[in-house]
Design a protein around this ligand. Sequence first.
Ligand SMILES: NC(=O)NCCC(=O)O
Length: 392
Amino acid sequence: MSSGDKQQQLTSVDECLEKHLPPAELAEVKRILYGRDVPRITLPQSALDAAQEGSFEIKAFKFDAAKEDITTPRVVRVGLVQNKIVLPTTAPVQQQRDALLARCATIARAAAMAGVNVLCLQEAWNMPFAFCTREKLPWCEFAEPAEDGPTTQFIQKIAREHNMVIISPILERDTNHGDVLWNTAVVVSNTGRVIGKSRKNHIPRVGDFNESTYYESGNTGHPVFSTQFGKLAVNICYGRHHPQNWMMYGINGAEIVFNPSATLDGLSEPLWGVEARNAAIANSYFTCAINRVGTEHYPRPFTSADGQPAHHDLGHFYGSSYVTAPDGSRTPGLSRTSDGLLVVEMDLNLCRQIKDKWGFRMTQRLELYGPLLSAAARPDFKPQIISDSFTD
Ligand SMILES: NC(=O)NCCC(=O)O
């Protein structure tokens, strides 16, 4: 039985703690686990009604910064979307994609009612996460040009309509370079203009994540998109395991780094609450970790050369999307099992205030790391090891 077939998935770690701990202990456990209290914010009734009608969870929290004399608060609201696929993987490709686009439009409408300025969707949001199969058809048919494919045109329309920056991670087909595929986040301005794109830098080769069959490691570097609502960057899924990847977005000035993902309870769940949170602390920026939900079944069985019998699904995508502030405090996660929208208000002044407090950027030694990293990348590299002559 794969984890995706479990009869009863735990809905939420946070709800579990709330259910079983007395209030005083709960407050102390939350302080120790999550840092300072991150208060909930009240959303307009229209947003709550839209979530109920659309059968998705909606939660909203707020990170304050200290008031300053000269600098005015730079308050923005981000929205993180996690969702299941809508139609079975056996439905015609266009119908599967259109159903996901419609789902996104419903959730984006609620996000607009909740005052969201920047909305980020999950990795490869307009398709099932079919790379496990290693089959080229029909899955490569979901690929489309980042600049003007049907999904981007759709996102441009809703970005304009709701005055919202939207980050849309898709399977890109690069028609200017021999039709090759990439795993790409398209960043669309609130004006509807495509600002640019950021490709996934690190491609997994673990378990059923057979993505290297489809696309190469990204070649767009670590771009930061300067928008009306802050400086944004996108570190796609497996890139969150690489602290240096996170660091580069910080070096380029990111204030919010999104981590749209697709990952499984049997693989990464104990790491999930650690990696994006640590990146926020180490780089004095906000991180937004987003994971899809549900179990996706494929018509033909696949294996991944790991001794497991052939199977039809990867397991359970556990959702649990959350946001961390530069001081390390974090929101509770969305559900492990259902579609959801996490709305988080943040004052971007907190990034600079935490840099001033902890001094991580000031004490960072790029001039030490740079030469060693360059040397380590050369074939003639010799590690700096000083041996005890008795044990050598
Ligand atoms: N989509 C993706 O890169 N998944 C890899 C698994 C993980 O990083 O947890």
